[in-house]
Write a protein that binds this ligand. Structure first.
Ligand code: UDP
Length: 361
């Protein structure tokens, strides 16, 4: 079986790493499977792309479509045009896409139109929020997917509601958590650890990059000022996403606790999360990682496509207002951490399950 694996953005790199390892393991056992890795170039900054390839030992892509940034349509169109040529030149039996970025949707459409089977890893999750580009990517991708690999039973149920045939839905667990388990013994403190006098539990991690939080400069500034005040005596480490950085531009913010740092590599970032007091974020992936590491997570969104991080894990859905964050954070300071568990099958073996299933097809 020839598999073309697509990755375009930071969270994709984290998800494909263990899938490639699982394929290589099968190859070593003599299985007839090969892969070709296509990087669409959606994320191209060194610290959003190259660093992840190096740290997670992802092989150099066989092809880089080099699409770079653009509007939603420009980027999606550019990926489709380039990926069509790529697939015609390098035919395969299956295109495997992960997550919910533009590359996921664009490449799934191109593959399907060439009558190539599509596997979607992290299928079926839904926020119900059609203002999120990712939600549209999820729905379109799942409407043409052949093999659905899900992280939760609720994602599988969503697919059944959409009329997907049960035999094509495979609840396998979470590949992002495979990567976490595979790298926990390699995580390390970033260079600024001593400079900022960080210690286990004396700082908060903040990440923000979703349009609902960062596109309006004034509300972003108010949110940052509110978090800065709320942090009290704790430092807030804020690895700033290029998108958020572009919006703040040269604005000179007078903040007491928030420390701006570059987007972190995976191994430093996981170390920072694991040792933090709490995390404030609008990322979906981070709410999964904090759940597994037992770190309290406050998600600055009105909804989540990962409900198990809230019902089972450590995640608290805040909404986007600073008032609500303050209220929930005070409750947490008063009552302590909520009791949390780890969702079913988030055990580090999802990628192996995926490859086992695909090889039986
Ligand atoms: N991440 C990282 N360094 C950072 C910020 C995030 O390694 O400075 C990792 C994070 O741990 C998670 C992934 O990137 O695994 C999530 O990426 P992002 O927030 O961009 O995507 P989302 O989860 O919102 O789709």
């Amino acid at each position: 079986m020839k598999i073309t694996i697509v990755a375009g953005a930071r969270p994709n790199f984290i998800k494909i790493a263990p899938i490639i390892k699982a394929i290589e393991k099968k190859q070593n056992e003599g299985a007839n499977v090969s892969y070709r890795l296509v990087h669409t170039g959606q994320h191209y900054d060194k610290n959003l792309s190259d660093t992840f390839f190096e740290e997670l030992n992802i092989p150099k892509p066989n092809s880089n479509l080099d699409v770079k940034s653009g509007s939603q349509a420009e980027q999606t169109g550019a990926i489709m045009i380039a990926f069509e040529k790529e697939l015609l030149q390098n035919p395969c039996d299956l295109v495997l896409v992960v997550g919910d970025v533009n590359s996921t949707m664009a490449c799934a459409i191109v593959a399907k139109k060439q009558n190539i089977k599509v596997a979607h890893v992290e299928a079926g999750i839904r926020s119900g929020d059609m203002t999120m580009p990712e939600e549209i990517n999820r729905i379109v991708t799942d409407s043409i997917t052949d093999y659905f690999f899900t992280t939760s039973t609720s994602a599988s149920e969503n697919l059944l509601k959409y009329g997907v045939n049960e035999t094509n839905i495979h609840f396998v667990g979470n590949v992002m958590i495979d990567t976490l388990y595979q790298n926990l013994n390699k995580i390390s403190a970033p260079l600024f650890w001593d400079k900022f006098q960080l210690e286990n539990g004396n700082y908060i991690i903040l990440t923000l990059h979703r349009p609902s939080n960062v596109d309006e400069e004034q509300s972003l500034i108010q949110l940052l000022q509110g978090i800065d005040k709320m942090a009290d005596d704790k430092k807030v480490i804020f690895p700033i996403h290029p998108r958020t950085k572009a919006i703040l531009g040269e604005t000179n913010l007078k903040l007491k606790n928030i420390l701006f740092v570059e987007p972190q590599g995976y191994l430093n970032f996981m170390y920072l999360i694991k040792n933090s007091f709490a995390v404030i974020t609008d990322s979906g992936g981070i709410s999964e990682e904090t759940t597994v590491m037992g770190i309290p997570c406050f998600t600055m969104r009105n909804n989540t496509e990962r409900p198990e991080t809230q019902s089972i894990g450590t995640n608290t859905l805040v909404g986007t207002s600073i008032e609500n964050l303050k209220k929930l954070f005070e409750g947490f300071l008063k009552n302590g951490r909520k009791k949390a568990g780890i969702p079913e099958l988030w055990d580090g073996k999802a990628s192996e399950r995926i490859i086992d299933i695909l090889l039986k097809k």
